[in-house]
Design a protein. Structure first.
Length: 563
């Protein structure tokens, strides 16, 4: 396989060199190895795109392998959600779906081999004692009193661990490396622990389970992985990854390469905290549109193309940094701007009666579906005597430079006429404005000879007689603090949660064509943002729209000002 000389990131540079030297016989084989203990988030999307994308770039292969070595936290629900997420992002593992549990018997035999080599032993220290013996970054560890058991005794004890003779937590199998190593991961790490938990695939066949650091390199080896791409927190684990492979004398060993994980402002990437948000009811499930999970982004209406574009733009780095969430929102807008249907929706309706418009007249006005994409065509929208506009588009006593509607002022209605506010009708008891009485100029119809008379304000609207009622959900950042991931206190993140992260509007009025809205389409509500039907809560006759992203694009403004 030829090197990809056009590639720029450092991982591809390593692969190019390996291909040049024939290190793996011209092969490139990667894998994406999620733990099925929660739903994937936007950070995992970066890893998915990198692993599957790298394999595709070199005409190689990429496996999907579940690291299912801890049954106490794993569920079939998570397995199925991960499969759905990878497929939705546009990637296909074909016939290469694997589980670490596929290799439990082989991993056990590898452990036995290490015992026979005198490089692993059964230890009776408790978890607390193991931590105490381990030492610190500045102090070396101490050898376990069980470190010098004979090979025969270790083989016997390990077999009896497998057979279920011992209580959970009473014994572990440890690698025998170096308790004085400056790398704490090499201070006789645990390889197996006793855990009586029913596994979602193997049932109760096993009561001992391998640790990730032991299972991962050997699973890579068994699958013929060439480049094991993982995030930067595993950099200190690489010597251990290599130690297992080298000590067992395995050839064609995979190469671990670390890259910086994705950190995003106003977003938590800790799966532990995301799980707490779900379990404590702070959000409405893993697919809550406020969550950074792939399923949450999908339910919100974000497209896979936008996420792939975002992952491509942020690139692959060697050091950790935090990406402004504005860049993700910019990528979403860029995708939707080209593909979303322009429609009119009034979220907080205010009634407008055009007094000089005939009561029985309904006009069908022409409107483009997307001025950025003429191929999307046009549609007809009804115009009648009674309309709805946004409450915020009227002020009885406006400040200067308020170019929307006010008493005695004119505005243009999008695709329609210029109207003028003549009277304001208020509730006699509350003083609330409940209706506007206006007049229209019939010579100002959009597209007609005199229809281009200029006024400073243009408003969206819907015909009251034809409008369709809908629920609209407006989402904001789930966390007020730009850097919630820096909160070290497991409870402290709660104080950072935005109490106004979701606003539900139940009396919205949308143009009649949206009665036939479908899940595969995205819509720009003029002047409001981009929206999509909620796939769980919408049903025929019950429209529920999620705002995907607002129309603001501060990141683009920053970018343009720097250029």
């Amino acid at each position: 396989m030829a090197a990809n000389t056009g590639s720029t990131n450092f991982i591809h540079a390593i692969i190019n060199e390996d291909l040049r030297t024939g290190y793996y016989g011209g092969r490139v084989h990667t894998r994406f190895p999620p733990e099925p203990n929660g739903y994937l988030h936007i950070g995992h999307a970066k890893s998915i795109c990198l692993n599957f994308g790298t394999a595709a770039l070199y005409n190689g292969l990429c496996n999907l392998r579940f690291d299912d070595t801890n049954p106490s936290k794993e569920e079939v629900e998570f397995v199925e959600s991960i499969k759905e997420d990878v497929r939705w992002l546009g990637f296909d593992w074909e016939d290469r779906l694997y589980y670490a549990s596929d290799y439990f018997e082989q991993l056990y035999e590898f452990a036995v081999q290490l015992i026979k080599l005198g490089r692993a032993y059964v230890c009776d220290l408790s978890a607390e004692e193991i931590r105490e013996y381990r030492g610190t970054l500045t102090q070396p560890g101490r050898n376990s009193p069980y470190r010098d058991r004979s090979v025969e005794e270790n083989l016997d004890l390990f077999r009896r661990m497998r057979d279920g003779e011992f209580e959970d937590g009473s014994r572990v199998l440890r690698a025998k490396i170096d308790m004085a190593s400056p790398n704490l991961n090499l201070r006789d790490p645990v390889m197996y622990r006793i855990m009586r938990q029913t596994h979602h695939r193997t049932g109760d066949k096993w009561c001992i389970y391998p640790m990730y650091d032991f299972a991962h390199p050997l699973s890579d080896y068994l699958e013929g992985i060439t480049h094991s791409i993982c995030t930067l927190e595993f950099e200190d684990h690489r010597p251990l990854y290599n130690w297992y492979l080298e000590t067992l004398g395995l050839e064609n060993r995979p190469k671990q390469i670390e890259f910086a994980r994705l950190n995003l402002t106003h977003t938590v990437m800790s799966k532990r905290i995301l799980r707490q948000l779900v379990e404590e009811g702070i959000v409405n499930g893993w697919d809550d549109p406020r969550m950074p999970t792939i399923s949450g982004l999908r339910r919100r209406g974000v497209t896979p193309a936008a996420i792939r574009d975002f992952c491509d733009r942020i690139g692959v780095a060697k050091s950790n940094s935090t990406v402004d969430i504005g860049l993700l929102e910019h990528c979403i807008r860029e995708d939707l701007n080209k593909n979303a249907y322009r429609v009119m929706a009034v979220l907080r309706p205010l009634k407008v009666v055009i007094e000089n418009y005939p009561e029985d007249l309904v006009e069908e006005l022409d409107a483009e579906n997307n001025p950025e994409n003429p191929e999307m065509g046009t549609r007809k929208i009804p115009f009648s005597r009674v309309l709805y506009i946004e409450q915020d588009d009227f002020l009885e006593d406006p400040p200067k430079k308020f170019f929307r509607l006010s008493p005695g002022k004119e505005v243009r209605l999008k695709h329609a006429y210029i109207i003028k506010c003549e009277r304001v009708i208020k509730d006699e008891k509350t003083g609330e404005i409940i209706e506007l009485r206006c007049t229209y100029d019939p010579t100002t119809k959009s597209g007609m000879e005199f229809g281009n008379r200029k006024v400073k304000g243009t408003l969206h609207w819907v015909s009251a007689r034809h409008a369709v009622k809908a629920e609209v959900r407006l989402f904001n950042h789930l966390f007020l603090d730009p850097y919630p991931d820096e909160e070290k206190d497991e409870q402290g993140y709660r104080a950072l949660i935005n109490p106004n992260s979701m606003e539900v509007l139940t009396s919205c009025m949308v143009e009649p064509g949206l009665a036939d809205a479908t899940l595969d389409k995205r819509y720009q509500f003029l002047r409001q943002g981009y929206f999509a039907l909620d796939p769980k809560d919408s049903s025929p006759g019950n429209l529920v729209f999620n705002r995907i992203v607002s129309l603001r694009d501060s990141w683009a403004k920053i970018r343009d000002s720097e250029n």
